[in-house]
Ligand binder design. Structure first.
Ligand code: MF3
Ligand code: CO
Length: 277
């Protein structure tokens, strides 16, 4: 049989090629999510956010970070999801809990008891029917100093400012630079060596998303891309070290606190849509 068939296009194929010819770094096709993919990520994110909501309802002075892990695990599983961190490259728990000078990848423990004045990041990731979601929030434990509250608040503003810069056909560096500028304006530093990532069909996809990027650099933001905005903002220097004993937990070098909020965001034709927060 003879037949003619139109080549299967993906949206914006020609427009992306034109940007590539001009020297832009453009996303490979596999990073562009279909409407079906986005719907899958939304369902995964609903579970992810429910787990964070369950933590928010119960977290407080005297709770261990292992108890946070149990809340996340039970909520996620009861809704049909799987906690993405559990067993990921050997990670032993279902969520990351990073307290005070811990920058990220804190491992929940019975021995870490939240105390008055702590700030803690709870970083939750879910896989549901093959689709990944990822977001994190900060929690203030008891009576937190004004200095620490300000760090948490400004870090949230950094994410909000980054979100505003998610504009189709702009580049990721514009977003990262805006995040960095806001942190610096308040006397804070932003971690360079750990960043965000594409997320959806896998836990961690390209591109690496920097929050210390130069404007005008980085990958073109094309409708259908899904990635995280998750700057780690340090009260002091941006120097960090990794705990060799557990192979995961990253700390600030100067021992000063670090804060992080994370959202997962979709680039749309007209702007963006938050998928998980
Ligand atoms: N949720 C983290 C992120 O935002 C990744 C943690 S990897 C883990 O990218 F194994 F520690 F869970
Ligand atoms: Co992430």
């Amino acid at each position: 049989m003879k037949f003619t068939m139109k080549a299967r296009h993906f949206p914006y194929e020609e427009k992306i090629r034109a940007f590539a010819r001009k020297g832009y770094e453009v996303p490979p096709r596999r990073l562009l999510k279909s409407e079906k993919d986005v719907e899958g990520i939304r369902r995964s994110a609903a579970i992810n956010m429910a787990a964070l909501d369950a933590v928010a309802a119960r977290i407080g002075v005297g709770m261990s970070t292992a108890a946070i892990d149990r809340i996340v695990h039970e909520t996620t599983v009861s809704l049909g999801g799987v906690p993405a961190p559990l067993g990921y490259e050997g990670f032993p728990r279902s969520v990351c809990t990073s307290v005070n000078d811990e920058v990220c990848h804190g491992i929940p423990s019975e021995n870490v008891i939240l105390k008055d004045g702590d700030i803690v990041n709870v970083d939750c990731s879910t896989v549901y029917q093959g689709y990944y979601s990822d977001s994190s929030r900060m929690f203030l434990i008891g009576d937190v100093s004004a200095e620490r509250r300000r760090l948490v608040e400004i870090t949230k503003e950094c994410v909000e400012i980054g979100i505003e810069q998610v504009i189709p056909w702009h580049v990721l560096g514009d977003m990262g630079a805006a995040v960095h500028a806001h942190a610096r304006k308040h006397g804070y530093s932003v971690v360079r060596d750990v960043g965000g990532h594409g997320c959806g069909k896998e836990f961690h996809e390209d591109p690496f998303v920097s929050y210390v990027a130069a404007p005008g650099t980085g990958m073109l933001m094309v409708p259908g891309m899904v990635f995280t905005i998750e700057p780690m903002v340090n009260m002091g220097s941006d120097e960090i070290w990794i705990d060799d004993d557990n192979g995961w937990t990253i700390h600030t070098d100067d021992g000063l606190p670090s804060a992080q909020w994370e959202v997962q965001i979709l680039v749309t034709e007209t702007g963006h849509e938050l998928l998980s927060w």
